[in-house]
Design a protein around this ligand. Structure first.
Ligand SMILES: C[S@@+](CC[C@H](N)C(=O)[O-])C[C@H]1O[C@@H](n2cnc3c(N)ncnc32)[C@H](O)[C@@H]1O
Length: 281
């Protein structure tokens, strides 16, 4: 299947199903919605160290899922608009915003349609964790982000490092000899998506999914950087990190602040995630 519309439909069904699971997910890998209710939910350690204050900012959160990060930003004083193509996610996000009385609105739609669905410009366009793998066209994605930025506004992006996404992430990979990583996925972008059939979930490994078939696209580091530059944004910095927000590979071990890291002594310590900041002007 290479028709992006059909791929998006399958991905949407997958993400719709995940919403109910994530709403109730707790523990180290869970979304822990109760901590959001208590006003005590942190962002992941990387964003906490890089993002800075958001009080008073107009924030657009693309691919906001059911709004936990969006509402965390709202609790810190941002006026947040979240967008996601999953109706279940948007419904849950609106319910949570209402329950918590937070200044946030949530819009249902694809990233690529956002300019026709959302008016206004923003101080910050925020995109984090598990996002661009669902998108076939990175230059178009970056143009959407740029479209929404006020002059001087900032684009903040943080996600899995493309170099870390090449390795086998299946349960069988856990049985490989210590120190072995098996290259399994392409590094460079292909128009054909990679098909996933994962039956469990990163936030709740006990879950058994009905909608398992997913379609993901690979994007290299150069693809990301050139998309941002090509959209007319000025790259401020690009950081590579040896930690990531979820257990991308079976070999990773829990680190501080909910992150996952390479085990002690494991070499080479490849980057697991990257983040960047870019400005409109
Ligand atoms: C891993 S989650 C987002 C990450 C977020 N940081 C979180 O953990 O809550 C990925 C989200 O992307 C959304 N998504 C996937 N493809 C999309 C598209 N084409 N347009 C809009 N949202 C999309 C899914 O519905 C899902 O909510």
């Amino acid at each position: 299947m290479s028709d992006p519309t059909a791929c998006f439909e399958a991905n949407r069904a997958h993400w719709d199903e995940l919403v109910a699971i994530h709403l109730n997910s707790t523990g180290r890998d869970g979304y822990n919605v109760d901590s959001l209710r208590r006003g005590q939910r942190p962002l992941h350690a990387i964003e906490e160290s890089e993002l800075g204050p958001v009080r008073g900012l107009d924030v657009l959160h693309l691919q906001c899922h059911f709004g936990v990060d969006s509402l965390t930003l709202a609790q810190r004083g941002a006026r947040v608009t979240g967008l996601d193509f999953s109706p279940a996610a948007i419904q849950a996000a609106r319910a949570l915003a209402g329950e918590l009385g937070l200044d946030a609105r949530f819009v249902e739609g694809s990233v690529y349609d956002a300019p026709t669905l959302i008016e206004g410009r923003f101080d910050l366009v925020y995109v984090t964790w598990g996002t661009i793998c669902w998108l076939p066209d990175l230059p178009a994605w970056a143009r959407v982000a740029a479209h929404f930025l006020k002059p001087g506004g900032r684009f903040y992006f943080c996600d899995a490092h493309p170099a870390a996404r090449v390795f086998d992430d299946s349960p069988e990979a856990a049985a490989l000899p210590t120190g072995t990583l098996r290259v399994h996925y392409p590094y460079f972008h292909r128009s054909e998506p990679t098909v996933g059939t994962e039956a469990t979930d990163y936030a709740d490994p006990t879950a058994t999914l009905q909608h398992r078939r997913t379609y993901e696209w690979e994007h290299s580091v150069a693809d990301i950087v050139n998309a941002v530059i090509g959209a007319g944004l000025r790259l401020e910095w690009l950081h590579e990190h040896d930690e990531i927000a979820w257990k991308l590979l079976p070999v990773l071990t829990p680190g501080a602040h909910g992150q996952y890291r390479w085990p002690d002594g494991f070499e080479p310590r490849l980057p697991l995630s990257l983040s960047l900041s870019a400005r409109n002007g």
